[in-house]
Design a protein around this ligand. Structure first.
Ligand SMILES: C[S@@+](CC[C@H](N)C(=O)[O-])C[C@H]1O[C@@H](n2cnc3c(N)ncnc32)[C@H](O)[C@@H]1O
Length: 332
């Protein structure tokens, strides 16, 4: 096996074990499921769900169990997935059976190269549970993963699809492109210079200096920068934002723990004749966006579970119930 294939396979095996942790499962059960349920209720039908999953398909089975995703004798007609590891891809496909969309390769390539992306890719909830940093070294600043995300937003908007975006990144700085970080710094600086969210930023950090935030609190820097980039893009296209939340927890790694960052954005295409059922926008324009982001703190999932034993036990027992019989047991 070539060495890059071996590296992907080794990374995927590590990921398998980390999928069965209570912090991860808390987000599935108490963040993703309620957001997807709201979307299903608004639509009045099962959702179309695109995901980066694993062979245990925990996220898919949880949504199915909640009645949000349809399962038939042949498989999951509303599910789409993409997987860069060949073995994982085959294992997921076997577990799913028939599904609406399946791509073997990187999400970023899929968005660029899949011949049916522009016509057939239409999903109500998109779960991009990446295992990488948001701005990898080697990608040109804000291209690569970020470029694919921009294309995804443009594509969904051009098809008039309101949707929920669940986004996960590794929150460590190692392997990150400095040019992308400089672009985010200058974006934050120009907001603060123009007074957008400056009061909220200073109340939280004690200063108005994005460079200092970058060097002293990288996680908070990303929790300001990533939603701003994404939500700014979505507002420019014409979306309204009805949810914008962030979550953080620590994950064990072979070289020590590192943070995982999760974002949930609900993006609504404004209807031509706004009706009673339209979800209220928390943000409808850029001036309103920045203070909301700078004023918010990410939920610390580890601290939350640490302070609520009952919740922690409930999440652990739900995870155990969901684990497929052939999955390796991992202590939560
Ligand atoms: C964190 S796991 C998904 C866990 C799942 N959402 C759950 O709740 O259990 C991410 C999966 O996506 C794959 N993956 C990560 N980044 C990818 C990318 N850029 N393109 C395609 N697949 C990717 C990994 O190989 C892994 O199998």
């Amino acid at each position: 096996m070539p060495s890059d294939r071996r590296a992907i396979a080794a990374k995927s095996r590590d990921v398998d074990a980390l999928m069965a942790t209570t912090v991860k499962h808390y987000v599935r059960r108490h963040v993703w499921v309620p957001a997807a349920r709201q979307r299903q209720q608004r639509l009045g039908r099962p959702i179309r769900y695109f995901t980066l999953t694993t062979k245990e398909i925990y996220d898919i089975r949880l949504l199915e169990r909640a009645g949000i995703l349809q399962r038939t004798e042949r498989g999951y007609p509303g599910v789409g997935f993409c997987e860069m590891d060949d073995e994982q891809h085959a294992a997921i496909q076997r577990r799913l059976g028939w599904c609406a969309w399946s791509y073997k390769g990187r999400f970023e390539e899929m968005v660029d190269n899949h011949p049916q992306f522009g016509t057939d890719f239409e999903f109500d909830v998109i779960n991009l549970d990446f295992i990488s940093v948001p701005f990898p070294d080697g990608d040109a600043p804000l291209s690569g993963t970020w470029g694919a995300l921009r294309k995804l937003l443009q594509h969904q908007f051009s098809h008039s699809i309101s949707f929920d975006l669940f986004l996960t990144f590794r929150g460590s700085r190692c392997g990150t492109d400095d040019g992308a970080l400089r672009e985010i710094v200058s974006l934050l600086e120009s907001n603060l210079r123009n007074g957008r969210g400056a009061v909220q930023f200073e109340a939280r950090t004690g200063h108005r200096d994005p460079v200092r935030l970058l060097s002293h609190d990288y996680v908070r820097f990303l929790c300001d920068g990533i939603p701003k980039l994404l939500a700014g893009e979505a507002l420019t296209l014409g979306y309204k934002i009805s949810r914008l939340d962030s979550f953080v927890y620590e994950r064990a790694g072979s070289r020590g723990p590192y943070p995982i960052l999760k974002f949930v954005l609900s993006l609504e295409v404004p209807s031509r004749s706004p009706g009673f059922a339209d979800p209220p926008a928390i943000v409808a324009d850029y001036d309103a966006l920045v203070p909301v982001i700078f004023g918010k703190s990410p939920v610390d999932v580890g601290a939350l579970l640490g302070s609520d034993q009952q919740l922690s036990e409930e999440v652990a027992s739900d995870l155990a119930a969901l684990r497929p019989p052939d999955a390796a047991a991992t202590p939560p």
